[in-house]
Design a protein around this ligand. Structure first.
Ligand SMILES: C[S@@+](CC[C@H](N)C(=O)[O-])C[C@H]1O[C@@H](n2cnc3c(N)ncnc32)[C@H](O)[C@@H]1O
Length: 194
């Protein structure tokens, strides 16, 4: 099995040692907690590493940002991993399920992620933050995500949604322009600006 650093470098992604150490620590904690609580899908290292790469891959093509909010972070994908990759950017992880929030806070404290704030709420209940990047994977469709995040975005904001196939109908339904789609394996990253 490739180690995480080799896997990343094959995709032209280069990070410092602290990034890889934190990803390893996250993987171990996810395995430990995942055996007891229903947090996510597969707990095999290979699948966790693939999810980490899927989460972080967009740093290759997204523009700079000041702060971001991840909607429905679950056990950490993609927001927690993007926070590890961008330790100097403020990151809000928005997740209503209490056990998942406990796990996210445990990882935040164990890894010393001072840039992370976990909000135990549904995104439509969050009112007191403003970000210039919103991310989300496997939560809901683009149209609804744009609607639900209206209260937390700055005047100029980018959205990065992790999608599978059949994007055409979703883009049509959301009535969006200025959209960029980047593909890797089965993943389509939908990146748009308002
Ligand atoms: C299928 S899981 C995906 C988790 C993670 N993003 C991933 O890709 O592994 C969907 C997550 O979205 C959360 N969620 C559902 N509705 C939400 C809402 N309105 N605001 C914030 N989170 C929400 C759920 O609690 C759940 O953890």
């Amino acid at each position: 099995m490739l180690n995480l650093k080799e896997k990343f470098e094959k995709e032209n992604l280069f990070f410092d040692e602290l990034f890889y150490k934190r990803c390893e620590d996250f993987s171990i904690l996810l395995q430990q907690w995942g055996k007891i609580h229903n947090l996510t899908g597969s707990l095999h290292f290979e699948d966790i590493y693939e999810n980490i790469l899927d989460s972080v891959y967009p740093v290759n093509f997204i523009d700079d940002f000041e702060s971001f909010a991840d909607v429905g972070t679950g056990a950490g994908y993609p927001g927690l991993l993007l926070a590890i990759a961008n330790p100097d950017k403020k990151c809000y992880l928005i997740e209503p399920r209490v056990k998942r929030v406990s796990f996210l806070n445990f990882v935040k404290n164990s890894l010393g992620l001072n840039n992370v704030e976990v909000l135990c709420k549904r995104v439509e209940e969050v009112k007191d933050i403003k970000v210039d990047l919103v991310t989300s994977r496997a939560v809901t469709n683009t149209s609804l995500l744009l609607k639900l995040t209206k209260n937390i975005i700055k005047d100029e904001c980018s959205f990065l949604f992790y999608k599978g196939s059949m994007l055409d109908e979703e883009i049509k339904q959301a009535k969006i322009n200025n959209v960029k789609i980047v593909s890797r394996k089965d993943r389509n990253y939908l990146y748009l600006k308002v």
